[in-house]
Design a binder for this molecule. Structure first.
Ligand code: NAP
Length: 304
C-alpha cells in the first residue's frame, strides 16, 4: 500500500516576504497551503486564509485541524523601524504571543502535526568576531540575542505537540525584491553605497530560493527535534555583499563608510543588525548533505 501522503501545511505569518515565496513554492510542489494572518485582505490564489489575532488570543481553531506541518514565521519586522522601547516590546511580544497561542490551541484541540518548524534568526549568536559559529554555540549578548533566545524557548514548548520540532536560525535573506536588498538598492538611486563601519564584519546570508528549499528539505527529511542554521555555506563580509549587490544592478556608486560610532548614534541599538560580526556556518545542513545551490550573492540575486 502506498504510504499516506502528508501535504497539508499551515504557515503562521505566511503573508510576508518569506511566506509568500514559500507558499507559492509549496503549492507548485503539490502541497495544500493555508496561512494564519491577522488580515483577510491579503488573500492569494490557491491559499486558504485563516484569521487570528495573537495579541488578543483569538484564533480560528479550524486552522490547526488536519495539518501535517506547521511553519511559524510570525512577528513584526525586526529591522523595519528604530528600536524604541515600545518597538522592542512589540518585536518580542508579537513573537511570543504567536507561539503561545499556537501552543495553547494545539493543547486544547489535542492535535499533533508531524512537524513544526519555527523560525529564529542568526541574531541569536550576538557579536562574535573571533569565532566560527555553528548550531552548538550558545547565545551571544545584546537585545537581538535575547529576543532570539526567548523566541526559541517559546518555540521549544511546542515540542510536546509534534513528532519533530525544528528551530531555523535564518540569516539575511537575499533576493532582489526582498527587505535587505530592496533597502540597499533604494540608496543606489542617490548614487551611494552606504557601508556600515569598515564593512569587514561577516553578515550571514541565505539566498531566498535556497531558504525555501531548506524548509521543504526539513519537512521531508528531518525526523528529530533539532536546531538548524539557515545560512549560505559561503560566508561574506557586509562590504562584499553590498558590492556584489551594486555589481548586480550595474551601478557605479560612491562608496561611503559610515563609522560605527556614527551609525550607533544615528540608529541606536538597531545598529547591531549591521555591525555585528558573525561568521555562522550551516554545519548541520552541510553535515546532512543539503544541496546548496546559491553560492554567491550574485547567484542568489539572479536565481530569485
Ligand atoms: N527576511 C529576513 O531576512 C529574515 C532573516 C531572519 C529571520 N527572519 C524572520 O522570519 C520571519 C518571516 O520573515 P519575513 O521577512 O517574511 O517577515 P515579514 O515580511 O515581516 O512577515 C512576517 C509576518 O508576520 C506577521 N506579523 C506581523 N506582525 C505581527 C504581530 N504583531 N503578531 C503576529 N503576526 C504578525 C505578518 O502577517 P499578517 O500581517 O498577515 O498577520 C507578516 O506577514 C520573521 O519572524 C523574521 O523575523 C527573517
Amino acid at each position: 500500500m502506498e504510504s499516506e501522503r502528508r501535504n497539508n501545511v499551515l504557515i503562521a505569518g505566511g503573508s510576508g516576504e518569506i511566506g509568500t515565496m514559500l507558499s507559492a513554492y509549496l503549492i507548485e510542489r503539490g502541497y495544500n497551503v493555508s496561512i494564519l494572518s491577522r488580515s483577510v485582505r491579503k488573500v492569494r490564489e490557491g491559499i486558504k486564509i485563516f484569521n487570528w489575532n495573537p495579541a488578543k488570543g483569538i484564533i480560528d481553531e479550524g486552522s490547526l485541524k488536519n495539518q501535517d506541518y506547521i511553519i511559524n514565521l510570525s512577528g513584526v519586522g525586526i529591522a523595519d523601524k528604530l528600536w524604541t522601547k515600545s518597538r522592542k516590546k512589540e518585536i518580542l511580544e508579537s513573537r511570543l504571543n504567536s507561539l503561545n497561542l499556537l501552543e495553547k490551541t494545539l493543547q486544547k484541540l489535542g492535535v499533533k502535526p508531524d512537524k513544526i518548524i519555527s523560525v529564529s534568526a542568526v541574531g541569536y549568536y550576538g557579536n562574535r568576531p573571533f569565532e566560527v559559529l555553528n548550531e552548538e554555540n550558545g547565545a551571544g549578548g545584546g537585545y537581538l540575542a535575547d529576543v532570539c533566545t526567548n523566541w526559541e524557548q517559546a518555540a521549544h514548548k511546542l515540542n510536546a505537540f509534534t513528532t519533530s520540532l525544528i528551530v531555523l536560525r535564518i540569516g539575511v535573506v537575499i533576493s532582489p525584491g526582498m527587505g535587505f536588498v530592496r533597502r540597499i538598492a533604494q540608496l543606489f538611486r542617490f548614487g551611494v553605497n552606504i557601508i556600515p563601519g569598515n564593512g569587514k564584519q561577516y553578515m550571514p546570508w541565505i539566498g531566498a530560493k535556497d531558504l525555501i528549499r531548506i524548509f521543504e528539505y526539513l519537512m521531508k527529511n528531518s525526523t528529530k527535534t533539532n536546531i538548524y542554521n539557515a545560512v549560505s555555506s559561503h560566508a561574506n563580509s557586509i562590504l562584499d555583499i553590498q558590492e556584489q549587490i551594486a555589481d548586480y544592478y550595474r551601478r557605479k556608486l560612491l562608496k561611503i563608510h559610515v563609522p560605527a560610532f556614527l551609525l550607533r548614534a544615528l540608529t541606536g541599538s538597531l545598529s547591531q543588525v549591521f555591525l555585528n560580526n558573525q561568521h555562522v556556518k550551516p554545519a548541520k545542513l552541510i553535515d546532512e548533505g543539503f544541496d546548496f545551490r546559491e553560492y554567491s550573492i550574485r547567484d542568489a540575486l539572479q536565481n530569485n
